[in-house]
Design a binder for this molecule. Structure first.
Ligand SMILES: Nc1ncnc2c1ncn2[C@@H]1O[C@H](COP(=O)(O)OP(=O)(O)OP(=O)(O)O)[C@@H](O)[C@H]1O
Ligand SMILES: [Mg+2]
Length: 329
């Protein structure tokens, strides 16, 4: 399968008064053409920082290093800010969790949508407007003319997220990075938006990098999955493989907590312990303080990512050797 995006050994640092914090740590992955790659992990695992590093939207003071961020073969990791700005919205676009923070409250939806069209593919006011109306219909917005005249705060959360999808799609980008695009929505609306994204993805042949902390959403939309923990990739698999046989104890923990939620409503998903802060990373395997299978080796030595077959990787001393770990339950 053709790779659209290939990220090689990405490292991202935040400067602090007495040094720097290593937020994304040797992360490599790829997104194939026409595929939906989900990135999953608890809060603070580095999902957003990974995405922002790829699309060049971190504050200037952050340091992003890699051995290449290849988009259709070109290394965009070395692109200047103005080169990246030209790519964003045209080749790669991003959808954020809370559209109110990415839509400007002072301008109408029409202005913001037409501005995106004008920036990358200006064909005159009338044609741009037609294009804006067409994309609003595609995201199943009724009365698109009225929506063009509306301000963001006049729309419901679900409508705003549809508008964000419209803005992200209007220039037919090859890749959409969606960072928790449905987390702020209630469950029914969330399902509608996910179905819409899948449908549009097929129609426009767009690839999606989909960030979520919700394995239920992963099961519903993903082709392949990258599991992140404490700034590192701990497991990569196709969605079928991941759910059939989660290998990393962290993935198993996430699965268990998801199952528990289904069974006992209202119960919070938990793996004992919390994600370590960047300033207090444990030695050895970063997951070992929370891992039910940790051995002396795990406390002293950081495991490398190992490939197990063509499409599967795992970062765990104990998984080689799947049988080394008991099944989740
Ligand atoms: N601007 C920043 N300065 C310093 N540290 C940061 C900054 N932004 C993020 N971090 C740290 O980087 C780590 C990864 O954060 P990130 O936002 O990528 O997590 P996430 O997986 O997207 O979590 P969530 O699910 O809550 O969105 C966290 O430890 C976070 O505290
Ligand atoms: Mg995030």
């Amino acid at each position: 399968m053709d790779k659209l995006l290939q990220v090689e050994h990405l490292n991202t640092y935040f400067p602090i008064h007495d040094g720097r914090l290593h937020a994304v740590c040797d992360v490599s992955f790829h997104v194939n053409k026409g595929e939906l790659l989900a990135i999953v992990g608890e809060s603070g695992c580095g999902k957003s920082v990974t995405a922002l590093s790829v699309i060049g939207l971190l504050p200037h003071r952050c340091k992003v290093e890699s051995e290449g961020i290849f988009f259709e073969g070109s290394d965009i990791g070395g692109y200047s800010h103005s080169q990246m700005r030209r790519m964003r919205g045209k080749e790669i676009s991003m959808i954020f969790q809370e559209p109110l923070t990415s839509l400007n409250p002072l301008f109408t939806i029409g202005f913001q949508l037409m501005e995106t069209i004008r920036l990358h593919d200006d064909s005159g006011r009338e044609k741009n407007r037609e294009k804006a109306l067409e994309i609003l219909r595609k995201v199943e917005i009724a009365r698109p003319e009225a929506i063009l005249r509306s301000f963001p705060n006049e729309l419901s959360g679900g409508m705003r997220q549809r508008v964000m999808i419209a803005i992200a799609l209007v220039n037919h980008p090859k890749l959409i990075i969606a960072d928790e695009p449905t987390t702020a929505l209630d469950v029914t609306i969330q399902a509608q938006i996910l179905a819409l994204m899948k449908h549009l993805m097929a129609e426009y042949r767009t690839s999606i990098m989909f960030i979520t902390h919700d394995l239920g959403v992963v099961a519903e939309v993903a082709d392949r999955v990258l599991v992140m923990y404490a700034g590192q990739v701990v497991e990569e698999a196709t969605v079928e493989e991941l759910f059939r046989e989660p290998m990393h104890p962290y993935t198993q923990g996430l699965m268990n907590s998801t199952i528990r939620i289904d069974q006992e409503e209202g119960m919070l998903p938990t793996i004992d312990g919390v994600v370590p802060t960047l300033a207090e990373m444990p030695d050895g395997c970063r997951f070992h303080p929370r891992c039910p299978h940790a051995k002396a080796l795990c406390r002293s030595e950081s495991p490398d990512v190992r490939s197990l077959g063509a499409r599967r990787r795992v970062r765990c001393h104990m998984c080689g050797g799947v049988a080394a770990l008991p099944a989740p339950g």
